[in-house]
Design a protein around this ligand. Structure first.
Ligand SMILES: [Zn+2]
Length: 142
């Protein structure tokens, strides 16, 4: 039996900052046990937006708390690199983790964790972003 080191790429990488690692683990718990799917879509808008002008506006990401789907924009304008999508993924995951917090706090988590997570941790999160794009969704809620 070949031993390929301690990890084999399965165990989530930790950075050593216990508070950052705790948030990283909470994000992974949300991905594994709460979020139903992570989807990528070219043109992303919010069908539930009441304001017509805002409803047409394209978004970087969206979380649907009813279906528990995360949508990320596949548009190059919104996310020039695949790594730039990580920040939006963090943001949308925090909508699941902290549904009742002020939106500006979610932006703060997004910014802080984008800086503080290690490159390995960000690459680990990147693996959950699918390669293919979906054509439909998010669905408007009834
Ligand atoms: Zn948001």
């Amino acid at each position: 039996m070949a031993r390929r080191g301690k990890n084999n790429g399965r165990k989530p990488p930790l950075c050593g900052d216990r508070l950052v690692d705790l948030h990283f683990k909470i994000m992974l718990d949300a991905i594994h046990y709460k979020i139903s799917s992570i989807k990528k879509k070219k043109i992303l808008t919010n069908p539930d937006e009441k304001n017509l002008k805002k409803r047409r506006a394209t978004l970087c990401g969206l979380y649907d708390p009813e279906t528990k789907e995360v949508f990320l924009s596949a548009s190059k304008c919104k996310h020039p690199t695949k790594m730039s999508m990580i920040s939006s993924l963090i943001h949308e995951i925090f909508h699941e983790i902290m549904p009742d917090t002020f939106h500006k706090r979610i932006y703060q988590f997004e910014r802080i964790l984008t800086v503080r997570l290690s490159d390995k941790q960000k690459r680990y999160l990147r693996k959950f972003i699918p390669r293919h794009e979906v054509k439909t969704g998010p669905r408007p809620s009834e």
